[in-house]
Design a protein around this ligand. Structure first.
Ligand SMILES: [Zn+2]
Length: 86
């Protein structure tokens, strides 16, 4: 029997990831790190530079990389104003 990914399984993985992030942040806080300036930034990856899809062609024509097609969402966690990470 093939094991397909079900939505409930997906949600369980997500919940697990959230708990791990929460634990990581609590650990950081207990180490004395200031998390009050912690920021979570969402970013999106664009298609490959040579992509020929409609969105990318249009972006090339108008010379605007922001119009390119997007692949997926990504997340970046960082502390605002803290340039030196230890
Ligand atoms: Zn594209």
């Amino acid at each position: 029997m093939l094991n397909f990914r079900s939505p409930s399984n997906h949600e369980r993985i997500l919940a697990m990831a959230m708990r791990q992030i929460e634990k990581m942040l609590k650990d950081m806080q207990s180490e004395g790190k200031d998390l009050s300036r912690l920021k979570l930034k969402k970013f999106q990856k664009t298609h490959h530079i040579d992509c020929k899809c409609k969105l990318c062609e249009e972006a090339k024509k108008k010379n605007d990389p922001h119009m390119r097609g997007l692949i997926e969402d990504g997340f970046k966690v960082y502390v605002d104003g803290d340039k030196k990470a230890d």
